[in-house]
Design a protein around this ligand. Sequence first.
Ligand SMILES: [Zn+2]
Length: 131
Amino acid sequence: MSDNIKTLSIEGRPIKDMSAGELAAITFRKRCKFCGGPPSIRIRVLVQLDELTRREPEFVAMIAATNPDGPIIPTIATTYGAMVRLRDYCACSACQVDAEVAAAHYPSWQIVEINRAPSEQAAWEKVSSLV
Ligand SMILES: [Zn+2]
């Protein structure tokens, strides 16, 4: 780790003095969905396109009909095939437990991915690797 990295700052504040949540807010440009606080976790809900088409054909047709880029369904390529992102939001450390409990109640055919913000050390190493 060079000394130059230790002097990096955003809006006049050194990065080394920022919490992992603050760094996540900058990285994801997101705030807590429930209270607007700095994010601690990010929750994404994905479903396979084939599964969504089978279970919710009207919903898929509505996406295709209203997509400004044409009659296609935006998908994310994963090792499990093309996935549709249904939800993508963050929660702060105070709302984290409630958000995780709520995410556990989504239908079983929806895949919930929870990304926890890195620890301050991990965040620091990630930022360092980008410089
Ligand atoms: Zn919150």
